[in-house]
Design a protein around this ligand. Structure first.
Ligand code: SF4
Length: 140
């Protein structure tokens, strides 16, 4: 990955853009981990900004600014992004063969036996590794 692509990736994660780039199709662009880490980075930056603001403003101004900015800029965009991620996982879970397979992990859209992300209707194993979620093994 080139430096500019890597920087673009960090800027995207930090800003929690709602739409993945069009050329990203082999893995989920946003995951639970990237959403949470972006929210934490943004809250940390806002916290530093509020500490700086506390040097020049009254306490109630600082508290209102902190609460509104942390909610509006730090947490709410992350919550929206998580909703979008969850919708994508739901579409895969309901609409693909992988969604009905016991090896599909919806938390990170991963096939646990192939260790690859599931992003298309076409299963990465081409159906050979599929096993139903509710495998009933009868005891002898
Ligand atoms: S084993 Fe095959 S069908 Fe099952 S989750 Fe992995 S790729 Fe999908």
């Amino acid at each position: 990955m080139s430096d500019s692509t890597s920087n673009d990736r960090w800027i995207d994660v930090f800003l929690l853009r709602m739409q993945e780039p069009e050329d990203v199709n082999d893995r989920p662009y946003y995951t639970t981990g990237s959403i949470v880490s972006a929210a934490l980075m943004r809250v940390a930056v806002l916290g530093l900004g509020c500490i700086a603001l506390a040097q020049v403003a009254e306490a109630n101004v600082v508290w209102w600014t902190a609460m509104l900015s942390i909610w509006g800029i730090g947490v709410y965009p992350a919550w929206l992004q998580y909703q979008r991620f969850h919708q994508n996982v739901q579409q895969i879970t309901v609409g693909t063969l992988c969604g009905s397979c016991r090896y599909f992990n919806p938390t990170n859209q991963l096939c646990t036996i192939m260790d690859v992300h599931v992003t298309h209707a076409e299963p990465p194993c081409e159906g050979e590794g599929w096993e139903p979620k509710d495998t009933y093994v009868e005891a002898d």
